[in-house]
Structure formats: C-alpha cells, structure tokens
Design a protein around this ligand. Structure first.
Ligand code: ADP
Length: 258
C-alpha cells in the first residue's frame, strides 16, 4: 500500500496542479472536520497553498470552524472559493443553504452538487483538502471515484467501535484504489486544561495498533482538549496559533510535508 512517503512526493512535486487529499471517518463525531480544518491551516502556515472543500452534506461545519459564512461569488455558474482569515479559502454546502435547513438530497444529486465545490475556481491551489461526509455510502464512493484524491487520511477515536467503522472507511478507499496516506487518532487522551497532563479515559493507541496491523502509516494523535473545542466553536482554528493545542496539528502537517 503506498503510504506517507509517496504522499510527500505528491505534495512536493515541482509543478503543482491541484491535488486532492480526502479526509474520511467511519462515523460522525470523531472530529474529522476539526482535524481537516486544522491540518489545512497548519499546512497553509508552512507556506502551502491549501484550499478546503466541505463535502459533509449532513452537517457542514467548516463555515463555523473558519468563521466564513458568506455565499461564494460565481461567474458562469463556476464558484469562487471564499477567502478566510486563516489563509485557507473554503467552499462548503453550508455557505449555499440557509442555516438550519436540512439537506435531504438523494445520492446522485448530492454528489452532483458537491462536485461543483471541487470544480470551482481554485486557481493556484496546490492541495485541496476534501472533508468527506462520515461513513461509507454512495456519496463518498461517487466523490472519490469522480475526483480521484491522491490519497486519503482516516480519522478515528481510540474506541473500538470507531475503529471498526474506520476499517470500513479504509476498505472504501482500497476498493477505489486510492492510497491511504495514514491514520490519525483524535480525542486520544484528555489534556487537563490546568496542568496539561494527558490522561486516558477511553484508552489510547487503538488507531496506532490498528494502523500497524493493517500496515498503514500512523500520522499522529491529537488529545481531547477543551481549548480545541472552544477555539473551534469561536471560528479561530487552534492550529493557527503556536500554543500546546496547536502542536499536534503542526506535527502532522510536518509529517505530511517533510
Ligand atoms: P466530525 O466531523 O467527525 O463529525 P467534528 O469535527 O464536528 O466531528 O467534532 C465533533 C465535536 O468534537 C465538535 O464539537 C468539536 O469541537 C469537538 N472536537 C473534535 N476534536 C476535538 C479535540 N481533539 N478536542 C476537543 N474537542 C474536539
């Protein structure tokens, strides 16, 4: 299985054209969107031209994470990504629908609408982070078959159930012949907001063990930290800063772009 080494080559190739990296998870609530946003911000801080497409039709959270709710401009029906203060332009279904309205599209329609976000005016963007909906349904499969990401990053929590789901997500990419760049364990241990000590209410290392068993690269772990949630809720991605909560994201970005 091609791993992170290959992804590095892809990211640092001389003549950049738009490359897509998919961020996936087996189920919702594992922090996939948070991780996608902060990896994008961390890579942008390293000088990469990174854009992000929020393809999570069921719960588009990137407009909130980036504090970028404006409707994108368009010319001849092709959209322009919405710039953000964090150096990462984004496009999200959440910018196109009215807040609070449910989206009840069937698979093909959803995939069609999402494709317009990918086929937008991304200009000189080198790397497009594609935040996929959680799970392994039709929309996910159509998106990866149509847009052929150069690789996929799987986000999981340490719990077994999340891992069983994560294995399904991995399988989806295997079947579509998309290399897995690696696994990230999120909510891995609890970071005490007072002393910074990491404790492990759910156990730790499940994703790393799973990565080893599957022969896939392990990209790193991100602790459950109150500051990550509060900064995210406030629309200020923690990876934009330099404090302790930003470090795990920076380490993963460095691993991807070494
Ligand atoms: P998903 O995209 O997998 O559904 P989200 O990224 O929306 O998950 O995260 C779900 C919730 O968990 C959000 O409230 C988010 O702020 C919070 N969260 C995600 N990762 C962390 C973390 N490492 N520490 C603290 N809170 C987190």
């Amino acid at each position: 299985v091609p791993g992170v080494a290959e992804a590095r080559v892809l990211l640092t190739a001389e003549k950049p054209s738009r490359r897509i990296v998919a961020i996936a998870s087996g189920k919702g609530g594992v922090g996939k969107s948070t991780v996608a946003a902060n990896i994008a911000v961390a890579l942008a801080r390293m000088g990469r031209k990174v854009g992000l497409v929020d393809a999570d039709i069921y719960g588009p959270s990137q407009p909130r994470l980036f504090d970028a709710h404006d409707r994108p401009d368009a010319k001849d029906k092709i959209m322009f990504p919405v710039p953000t203060r964090w150096g990462v332009p984004i496009l999200s279904m959440g910018q196109l629908i009215e807040p609070g309205k449910a989206i009840a599209w069937r698979g093909p329609m959803a995939a069609g609408a999402l494709s317009q976000l990918v086929d937008a005016h991304w200009g000189d963007t080198e790397l497009l982070i594609l935040d996929l909906p959680p799970g392994t349904g039709d929309v996910q499969l159509t998106m990866i078959q149509k847009h052929r990401p150069v690789g996929a990053i799987i986000v999981s929590t340490p719990q077994d159930l999340a891992l069983i789901d994560a294995t399904r997500a991995i399988d989806l990419f295997f079947k579509a012949d998309i290399p897995i760049i690696g696994l990230i364990e999120n909510m891995s241990g609890y970071a005490c907001p007072h002393c910074g000590e990491i404790s492990d209410p759910f156990g730790q290392g499940g994703a790393e063990t799973e990565a080893q068993a599957l022969g896939l690269p392990f990209l790193g772990r991100i602790p459950l930290a109150r500051a990550i949630r509060t900064a995210s809720d406030a629309g200020t991605p923690p990876a934009f800063g330099d404090d302790a909560d930003a470090q795990p994201f920076h380490a993963i970005a460095r691993a991807l772009d070494a």
